[in-house]
Design a protein around this ligand. Structure first.
Ligand code: DHB
Length: 312
């Protein structure tokens, strides 16, 4: 039986439903080329800003068996670098997505406008949820602000546009955010960014494990899978049918990816596990997912996407 993992994101074809999350190892040309050469179904860049940034002081990333904490502070090479790389990325025959996380609305508009003239960029993932820049609240937690930002960014012609959201925890917040997003020509929504401002502690040292912000940072990995799944499920049920959901959060095996798709995801991004394992994770997870589908007699992700059942 032949199994394929083909999917589409906002009408863009991918030959597998597994690719890298924005954040880990997707900042430099070499890192992006390595993703290009791997089984990752797409190449997604580190969130970019108007100008190059060095980011926060180290240590700024820490992992344990359950996941990760980071306060990187948006180190990136500046959006022009990712625009200039686009043509080069064509050789890998997979979509090239640029993540944008401007420090102001004006910066976002400048970047989106400039990037819209770069044909070799397939889509933009606008990050409304970076938790690590002191003094800059996560846009996605401010509903009025999010509405204003989407009003502005959707005003001019551009690439396929998706947004990356922070995790929500209250049913009313899912509904309020979905109501806003449904008003705009957004093509995909990535759920979720890290759970912001968690704290991981080294008990021997009686100390925090990362330096910036007195140790507070975004949590990823196993810690956040149930939250990620809940966000995928809620937005799958609440958003327009033509908006694809991209799952992100705690996916490290084929069965984790299966769970995200069962909740409604059209594709699943790998963050903490990619950081830990490197590019070989994409092939491994793909194999595990195919084996699971084989056991269940599924040949395509459409056979189970969104079909999570309630207990009758
Ligand atoms: C960073 C962290 C994030 O979770 C994000 O969405 C963007 C940037 C960072 O600290 O670099």
């Amino acid at each position: 039986m032949s199994i394929n993992l083909n999917t589409t994101i906002g009408g863009i074809a991918l030959n597998s439903c597994i690719y890298n999350a924005s954040g880990p190892k997707c900042t430099t040309k070499e890192e992006l080329e390595n993703i290009g050469k791997s089984f990752s179904a797409a190449i997604l860049t580190k969130s970019s800003t108007l100008e190059l940034r060095e980011g926060n002081p180290s240590p700024r990333y820490y992992e344990n068996d359950l996941g990760s904490i980071n306060s990187m502070g948006l180190p990136n090479k500046g959006y022009q670098f990712y625009a200039d790389l686009a043509k080069n990325m064509r050789q890998y025959n997979k979509p090239y997505f640029v993540s944008v996380a401007g420090l102001s609305l004006e910066n976002n508009l400048t970047m989106l406008q400039d990037l819209s003239s770069v044909d070799a960029i397939d889509a933009i993932e606008l990050n409304l949820s970076c938790p690590n820049v002191p003094g800059k609240p996560q846009t996605g937690y401010d509903f009025e602000r999010t509405q204003h930002v989407l009003d502005k960014v959707c005003q001019f012609d551009q690439h396929t546009l998706g947004i990356k959201l922070p995790p929500y925890f209250d049913l009313i917040h899912f509904r309020q955010m979905a109501e806003i997003i449904n008003q705009y020509p957004i093509k995909f929504v990535t759920c979720v960014n890290s759970i912001g401002n968690g704290l991981v502690i080294d008990i021997d040292q009686e100390q925090v494990v990362i330096k910036p912000k007195d140790g507070f940072g975004g949590i990823g990995g196993d810690y956040i899978k149930p939250t990620a799944l809940a966000n995928v499920r809620q937005f799958y049920l609440l958003l327009r049918d033509d908006i694809d959901i991209i799952g992100s959060g705690g996916a490290k095996t084929g069965s984790d990816v299966f769970e995200h798709i069962l909740c409604g995801a059209s594709a699943v991004q790998i963050g903490t596990q990619y950081m830990k394992e490197g590019t070989s994770c994409f092939e491994r997870i793909e194999k595990e997912l195919k084996n699971l589908m084989l056991q269940k007699n599924y040949t395509s992700i459409k056979d189970f996407q969104g079909k999570l059942q309630s207990i009758k």
